[in-house]
Design a protein around this ligand. Structure first.
Ligand code: NI
Ligand code: MN
Length: 224
């Protein structure tokens, strides 16, 4: 599979058959690497409704007829836009044609830009081509991450480090120790001054703990 980092919490995970987009915050994102109209997706998975995660999901899903996967309350809101929506909830998994999606807890909020309640925020465990990718969403550190790492062996963990709204670097290091992924990639930093963080400091500390980390450039694509 190919994994492209769109900046912030946004990823495009793809192979010859599928384009799976996560948290497409492009319009208004100072680190955006393209326009929303440049991105095609079969599926869009959302961690929560905050503007820096819901982002351009509605316009992309409308144009591409993507199926949007979200927690129930956010999914019901998206139904207003005549999109294809698959609603799930925390702790539940579903087998799609491309693979499996399970939502995990995340300690955070989830309202839209008008302040409307959009259900609980979530993390995502995406199983694609037999690999488990854990996108933490926006969250503080929580002990149950240990359980998440025990239930599904995590190949790739996408972990917020920007502090203020989510874990900072030191808590993110603990999160990586809890989950024990084969590879950790830092996300949710340097988009705004308030979440300025040095991803290389995160990488060094993860490696000092005997684990593997990679800093991706905004717009970089890797084969995984
Ligand atoms: Ni958020
Ligand atoms: Mn956020």
């Amino acid at each position: 599979m190919k994994i492209k980092y769109l900046s912030h919490s946004g990823f495009l995970i793809s192979n010859d058959k599928y384009n799976i987009l996560i948290d497409p915050y492009i319009t208004g994102n100072p680190n955006a690497i393209c326009n929303a109209s440049d991105i095609d997706a079969n599926y869009i998975i959302l961690t929560h409704a905050h503007g820096d995660h819901l982002g351009d999901a509605i316009s992309i899903a409308d144009r591409c007829r993507s199926c949007v996967i979200a927690v129930n309350e956010l999914g019901k809101y998206l139904d207003r836009f005549n999109l294809r929506v698959h609603k799930m909830h925390i702790g539940g998994a579903y087998n799609f044609d491309f693979g499996r999606v399970k939502f995990t807890i995340a300690h955070h909020g989830s309202s839209n830009d008008d302040g409307m309640y959009m259900g609980e925020p979530a993390g995502i465990i995406l199983t694609f081509e037999g690999k488990n990718i854990y996108h933490c969403g926006d969250t503080g550190l929580f002990m149950d991450m240990k359980l998440i790492g025990e239930i599904d062996e995590i190949d790739l963990m996408l972990v917020p480090i920007g502090d203020n709204f989510t874990m900072g670097i030191d808590d993110a290091i603990r999160a990586v120790n809890f989950v024990n992924p084969k590879l950790a990639i830092p996300i949710h930093y340097n988009t705004f001054p308030v979440i300025a963080a040095d991803p290389y400091q995160f990488k060094e500390k993860v490696i000092a703990n005997g684990k593997n980390a990679l800093v991706m450039d905004f717009g970089e694509e890797i084969e995984f």
